[in-house]
Design a protein around this ligand. Structure first.
Ligand code: 0RA
Length: 635
């Protein structure tokens, strides 16, 4: 296009996308791995919108060897006609104008109308190149962009009876810290999306491997299958999950729930497919209905006597796995991370649907009904006993930081925001860490061997474990209902374990503890994983460290030819002397820490269950796959 024919609108468009390139985090949260994966979700969400409109049955995602990603759907295809206001094709408008979604009108439930609805133009702005192909009305149309700028206009390139949209993009390495996708992160997100959209077929293919890896996600049972999956490695107390669904003027609600014999509560709530981590009205309505209906039932059956207190919500939800999914026209997202549903009409809607449905289930299924209520009354008794035990231990000062554990080497600074604590595997590495640290702001707590698996033990046993008591008192926050973030004695808690299978296992045990007893510490961003090096490369008087195999190759490639070097592979922290430990893993100027996030609750749940469940096989497989990586944590 000659420059003279540039219109004011073209300039506006470029300024819009330029703004995205200048401040990417404002649009996708971050430019780290999370932001990178967000690009894929943005495209998939658009395809899922087509599925929600009843116009799309399959989405394929391909990770190419050069880290390009394709997202291909069989929806209606992005409109190709001219959009009069812009004098451009619909395709070009969708890919170059921020929030173009609304420009096409349309109604119905939309994933991309919510939190993630930044639009595909943001993906375009943040890609070195993007190619789009649309099949509709018997024809094929194509166009390409570079860093958001159209390379020519939309062209008809062939005929096809098929329909759908295919987008291939190359994330811009100038924008992103890494353009390397994680199979685990994408797979667990795609699995979740497939659970939430019954019968939608999503395939993920990784062509970076010599033997391409491929997985298909399609669930005829939707969230019912989701609950079965979450409970797969647990022993359930009634064989089939309870499933309820209803549609009204407020929107749609689906609920699936099943109790297991465990102690933890896993309740996931979604609105328009978006994981509402902070809960909201739909979750409140669900919890209210659950507590009331089960108490009513227990009283009517005489399981709860007149003199007995009501069962609490926590008692009833012990061992509960549930998924709540609502779809609504105009979702309002609130809260710090905009993951709290605010629409008030959803509270009463979900509450009434769950009350009616659950009461009916209990009446019609007396056996599971009794098992569920019995489980809740036992939970209530155990909770009362635990409270007593806790009061006792508290009186003895065991949960208070007033008596800090003997093994703790504390720091001298008292300002929690400035201090950090290393949880170190083993006494010998703990000793090195104590010598290596800067004692003004770094505290060390050595943990001996395998700490107790809190997923398998009730709270009483957990609290009588010495290692767990030491962690609780050192951190100062107490746990669960009594947890208080403001009491945290350190704002960085750094897990430091060996880079081997045992280390991975111990790391998971510690994370399970935080996940179940101090989740707010993870939410607050206080939990980190240390990254000790895997190799030391010594050459002449100098040395380098490599933290991954890839890095090792890079370091070796950069050595001048004929340089002699020796390679040391670290099997454990204990093989490093204090000075090495400091310069590689503990010095804030030189170390890398991975911050542990729980955004992808699903991925964490899955990892924890594979590792912590009763079955040995998934655990073995998991450890083999993850021994060297913590990608599943979605950091
Ligand atoms: C605007 C309007 C319509 C569909 C789409 C956009 C659309 C966008 C994407 C992005 C990826 N896949 C997509 N599929 C569809 C509705 C078109 C109509 O009414 O025919």
């Amino acid at each position: 296009m000659p420059e003279s024919s540039y219109s004011g609108k073209d300039i506006q468009v470029l300024e819009g996308l330029e703004a995205v390139r200048k401040r990417p985090s404002m649009y996708i949260g971050s430019t780290g791995p999370k932001g990178l994966h967000h690009l894929v979700y943005e495209l998939v969400d658009n395809s899922v919108d087509e599925a929600l409109a009843g116009c799309c049955t399959a989405v394929d995602i391909i990770i190419h060897p050069d880290n390009a990603v394709s997202v291909i759907d069989n929806g209606r295809g992005i409109p190709v006609d001219n959009v009069p206001k812009y004098r451009k094709s619909g395709v070009e408008v969708a890919l170059t104008i921020l929030h173009a979604g609304g420009k096409f009108g349309g109604s119905g439930y939309k994933v991309s109308g919510g939190l993630h609805g930044v639009g595909v133009s943001v993906v375009n702005a943040l890609s070195t190149r993007l190619e789009v192909e649309v099949k509709r009305d018997g024809r094929i149309w194509e166009m390409a962009f570079e860093r958001g700028k159209a390379q020519g206009s939309l062209k008809e390139t062939g005929k096809s009876k098929a329909k759908g949209t295919s987008v291939k993009f190359w994330a811009d390495p100038e924008i992103f810290e890494t353009v390397e996708y994680s199979w685990e992160t994408l797979a667990s997100r795609m699995r979740e999306t497939a659970f939430l959209n019954r019968n939608l077929k999503i395939t993920l293919t990784d062509e970076r491997e010599l033997e391409p890896r491929r997985e298909e996600f399609r669930y005829a049972g939707g969230i019912l299958d989701f609950v079965k999956y979450l409970n797969e490695k647990k022993e359930s107390i009634h064989s089939k999950p309870i499933y309820l669904e209803a549609e009204g003027a407020e929107g749609m609600v689906e609920v699936a729930l099943q109790w297991n014999t465990g102690y933890s509560e896993t309740v996931l709530a979604f609105a328009n497919n978006i994981n509402t981590h902070e809960g909201g009205t739909h979750l409140d309505g669900f919890k209210n209905a659950l507590t009331r209906t089960l108490n009513d039932y227990a009283r009517r059956q005489g399981i709860l006597k007149e003199k007995d207190e009501n069962l609490s919500g926590e008692d009833i939800r012990e061992g509960l796995t549930a998924v709540i999914s609502v779809k609504l026209k105009d979702p309002q997202f609130e809260g710090q991370t905009k993951t709290k549903l605010g629409n008030t009409e959803m509270r009463s809607f979900v509450q009434s649907v769950v009350t009616t449905g659950l009461a009916e289930f209990l009446e019609e299924h007396p056996k599971p009904a009794r098992a569920i209520v019995t489980k809740s009354t036992q939970a209530a008794k155990a909770r009362a006993a635990a409270r007593k035990a806790r009061e006792l231990t508290r009186r003895k000062g065991l949960l208070e930081s007033s008596t800090l554990p003997g093994k703790l080497a504390d720091c001298s600074v008292r300002e929690a925001a400035l201090t950090e604590i290393y949880l170190v595997e083993g006494d010998s590495a703990g000793g090195s860490a104590k010598q290596a640290r800067d004692r003004s702001f770094q505290a060390i707590l050595p943990l001996r061997g395998k700490i107790l698996n809190v997923e398998k033990a009730g709270i009483n046993r957990a609290l009588s474990s010495e290692e767990i008591q030491a962690m609780i008192t050192a951190l100062g926050t107490s746990i669960q209902e009594e947890f208080d973030l403001a009491q945290a004695r350190y704002h960085k808690v750094i897990i430091m374990t060996d880079a081997d299978v045992d280390g991975a296992h111990i790391r998971c045990l510690i994370l399970t503890f935080f996940y179940r007893y101090m989740r707010e510490m993870i939410d607050a961003g206080y939990i980190y994983i240390a990254q000790p090096p895997l190799y030391k490369i010594s050459h002449g008087k100098k040395h380098d460290y490599a933290y991954t195999d890839k890095q090792l190759q890079q370091v070796l490639a950069e050595l001048p030819e004929s340089t002699k070097y020796t390679l040391q592979r670290y099997k454990g922290l204990g093989e490093m002397n204090p000075e090495q430990l400091w310069e590689t893993t503990m010095d804030p100027e030189r170390r890398t820490l991975l911050q542990v996030g729980l955004d992808d609750a699903m991925a964490a749940e899955e990892a924890f269950m594979d590792l912590m469940g009763d079955q040995v096989e998934p655990r073995k497989l998991f450890i083999q796959r993850h021994a060297k990586s913590v990608r599943f944590l979605d950091v």
